[in-house]
Design a binder for this molecule. Structure first.
Ligand SMILES: Cc1cc2nc3c(=O)[nH]c(=O)nc-3n(C[C@H](O)[C@H](O)[C@H](O)COP(=O)(O)OP(=O)(O)OC[C@H]3O[C@@H](n4cnc5c(N)ncnc54)[C@H](O)[C@@H]3O)c2cc1C
Length: 412
């Protein structure tokens, strides 16, 4: 069933909050393993961010999130998972009770369950800049949904602001969708670490996405200490990326327009981010897409009082959890981008693994393949073409070690 009616379900084995790739794969495996499972998704459709994804892998194959999300949904339905779409889980109480409400208003549900999986994903960080509330300004994720999910162009012409995996791949998808993408430029000065030198350093992590061998090699070299500083000084004004100029010495100053976007004012910057005097100019455009990175959505975990840790390697503050998604609260599990922003392939695997752990916890099946699957997860991270934080495996290892340490600590 994939329907919106919110109703109270008396007792199940597992409630999955969030119907993205992590939640869907976990729900499917858990139900295939014999558990009764309810999946709650606040949107009208399951699939999460996967639905909007469209990019070409380095082996030439296209990653078409829409199709993958439909296949996953079919698997979940076959497994007998009860799916509540248009439903927001707004509270989780130990014991466990999940409280949910129809996101269209009205009905409320109280679901009693033996275990809960939080798989609520990540959200975009805003990029406040003069003019950012004008019609025609989008977050890059909004532009992704319009272009790839709804087949609507965000504008006839666009300037993409921010250099990261999302901005690069979505700029490409927009171009394929018929948008005249003028350029990809740096964020405004107030965004931390957005000068050419810092951006070049980060390009090391993005280089697997780059279409040309010399850019991949260049990106790998950027990881060498000191090289980014030298490269930033001799940087060409524009690098071609799938036919879109990537301008690493141009940054946004403000979005221009009275009642809607008519342009993007930009300026030229030196390697250290200092503006070149007299370099301001306006690029005529009817849309501007802002990309300022992602942050795990962890409000439900926080409300349960879980211990959080700030990890530079994961690039976020996330709850302490085991390698397989267990938390200090027995019966509560985490998976996917809620514990660190990664690619959909990684989220799918995390979902499978946490379901293995839940099945073992409830005594349904021993998790004999735990180590093998954790090894596969490592390999997926190492091979991922879509890397937000290059050292994320190290971060997860450290968090898992902290979890073990906390579990082994004598009670006060
Ligand atoms: C804007 C954006 C674009 C991205 N693009 C790409 C890309 O092109 N390629 C790539 O590999 N990765 C991309 N990512 C990373 C992406 O998040 C992962 O690929 C993957 O989708 C994460 O899976 P997930 O299941 O953890 O979370 P999500 O896919 O984010 O799914 C979480 C789901 O939980 C639901 N939810 C949240 N809170 C609640 C609640 N309280 N109650 C009910 N439901 C709730 C959400 O509606 C959502 O459907 C993108 C991320 C973002 C934010």
């Amino acid at each position: 069933m994939n329907g919106g009616a919110v109703e109270s379900v008396h007792r199940v084995d597992l409630v999955v909050v969030g119907g993205g790739p992590a939640g869907l794969s976990a729900a499917a495996r858990a139900a295939e393993g014999g558990l009764t499972v309810v999946l709650i998704e606040e949107n009208h459709q399951t699939g999460g961010k996967l639905r909007g994804q469209l990019h070409q892998e380095n082996d030439g194959e296209w990653w078409i999130g829409w199709t993958l999300a439909n296949d996953l949904l079919a698997r979940v339905e076959r497994a007998g998972v009860r799916i509540l779409t248009d439903t927001v889980a707004w509270a989780i109480e130990p014991g466990w009770v999940v409280r949910a409400t129809s996101s269209r208003g009205g009905d409320a549900a109280e679901i009693h369950t033996r275990t809960v999986l939080i798989a609520t994903g990540a959200v975009e960080k805003p990029m406040p800049v003069e003019g950012w509330t004008l019609p025609g300004v989008f977050t890059i994720g909004g532009a992704q949904i319009l272009t790839n999910t709804h087949r609507v162009r965000p504008g006839a012409r666009s300037v993409v602001v921010g250099v990261d995996p999302l901005s690069l791949t979505i700029a490409r998808a927009m171009k394929l969708g018929g948008v005249d993408v003028d350029s990809i430029v740096l964020p405004p000065a107030q965004v931390p670490d957005s000068d050419p030198q810092a951006t070049l350093k980060r390009l090391g992590g993005l280089s697997k996405l780059a279409p040309y061998f010399y850019m991949r090699l260049g990106g790998a070299l950027m990881a060498v200490p000191g090289l980014a500083a030298i490269a930033a000084r001799v940087l060409p004004r524009s690098l071609p990326l799938w036919g879109i100029p990537l301008r690493l010495t141009t940054r946004l100053v403000r979005v221009v327009g009275d009642d809607r976007v008519t342009g993007a004012e930009v300026e030229t910057v030196r390697a250290n981010g200092a503006a070149v005097p007299g370099s301001r100019r306006v690029i005529r455009t009817d849309s501007v897409c802002l990309s300022n990175g992602l942050v795990p959505l962890s409000d439900l975990s926080a409300s349960l009082g879980l211990e959080f840790v700030t990890s530079d390697s994961v690039g976020a503050k996330v709850p302490v959890h085991s390698a397989t998604g267990a938390t200090a609260l027995p019966g509560l599990f985490l998976a996917g981008n809620t514990v660190g922003v990664e690619s959909a392939k990684v989220s799918l695997k995390q979902g499978e693994i946490v379901a293995g752990e839940i099945l073992a916890t409830l005594g349904n099946h021993p998790f004999k393949t735990r180590e093998t699957e954790l090894g596969e997860l490592r390999q997926l991270r190492a091979d991922s073409e879509f890397t937000f934080e290059p050292a994320i495996q190290q971060g997860h290892d450290e968090i898992a070690a902290l979890f073990t340490q906390r579990q082994e600590a004598p009670l006060p």
